[in-house]
Design a protein around this ligand. Structure first.
Ligand code: NAP
Length: 291
């Protein structure tokens, strides 16, 4: 069994990005600039945005945090997005989700200029991904593909089962795994899937993205499989300062001995998700996707 070390891989990618920023600046360009819009004071969202700003600083990007109170009008938010769309000094931006209930998330996403949509949630980017055109790919699937590539994991002709069909993880993951560059045969499972245990046990590559801690057990994994655990559920813990710890969708101790490769939680997919936003911002700064 080989552990897929997302933390170390993300660190290496960060170093590569840092060098790329230095090259851009050396060539007389300004550093890449990422902005984040944060609405309200949700604890989880505050933490995620703080990480994103810290990551930008570490690689030499400029970053801007734009805050709105919980009761901001949808129109006000949309106007800010349009302003950011027009700002030539900004390469990309994200609107941290979820948004308060009175704001239409889809409307917000569709107002973002696809060329600055470094989260890859705009339908133009999703559509371009589907037909294999250059696109901003959402951070988690982007990060998982990068792990598969860097660990030289054979995907061609393999049976890949993805549990979960969300717009940010399962569905884009299924599109990418079926592309010609990856060549896996993909099955997408969800809460209505029948015989899920047998289906998982038939997978050469099993990607668990359902958000049910410890759902994937030893008997659901084939000997020699590659297991990617996307799940990160906060469970109460008396052993940590924060009072919780992150639990994956896979029972790691049971499953790992059977695997060829497996990602741990934490330290697997999570750090790759973080670094992929930086990768997308570099692509935006270089105009690589839409030019
Ligand atoms: P989501 O929007 O809640 O989607 C969950 C998906 O799993 C749905 O498609 C759902 O099916 C399916 N599902 C739920 N319970 C199931 C069951 N018992 N059997 C089969 N399918 C089931 O979640 P998400 O945003 O994709 O996130 C999934 C997990 O990944 C969460 O733990 C989240 O925290 C984590 N995550 C981690 C990262 C990271 O960087 N590590 C990034 C994003 C998300 P239906 O469609 O039928 O409801």
């Amino acid at each position: 069994m080989q552990l897929i070390d997302g933390k170390a891989t993300a660190k290496a990618i960060k170093e590569e990005i840092k060098l790329e920023v230095q090259k851009l600046v050396h060539a007389g360009r300004r550093p890449p600039h990422l902005a984040a819009i944060l609405v309200g004071h949700d604890g989880g969202s505050e933490t995620y945005v703080a990480y994103k700003i810290k990551d930008c600083e570490e690689v030499g990007f400029k970053s801007t945090l734009i805050r709105f109170e919980e009761d901001v009008l949808e129109q006000e938010l949309l106007e800010k997005i349009q302003e950011l769309n027009r700002d030539p000094g900004l390469d990309g931006f994200i609107v941290q989700l979820p948004l308060p209930g009175h704001i239409r998330e889809q409307k917000v996403i569709e107002t973002i200029n696809p060329a600055k949509d470094v989260d890859g949630f705009h339908p133009v980017n999703v559509g371009r991904t589907v037909i294999g055109l250059p696109s901003f790919i959402s951070a988690t699937p982007f990060g998982i593909i990068e792990l598969l590539k860097r660990y030289k994991i054979e995907t061609s002709g393999k049976n890949c089962v993805i549990v979960g069909r969300s717009n940010i993880v399962g569905r884009p993951m299924s599109i990418l795994m079926s592309q010609k560059s990856i060549n896996a045969t993909v099955t997408v499972a969800h809460s209505r899937t029948r015989d899920l245990e047998e289906l998982c046990a038939s997978a050469d590559i099993l990607i668990a993205a359902l958000g049910a801690p410890g759902f994937i057990k030893e008997h659901m994994v084939k000997e020699g499989a590659v297991v990617i655990d996307v799940g990160t559920t906060r469970v109460p813990s008396s052993e940590t300062k924060s009072g919780f710890r992150l639990k994956g969708d896979v029972v790691f101790n049971e499953v790992a001995p059977k695997c060829a490769f497996i990602t741990p939680v934490p330290g697997g997919v999570g750090p790759m998700t973080r670094v992929s936003l930086l990768s997308n911002t570099v692509l935006a700064a270089k105009g690589n996707i839409f030019n």
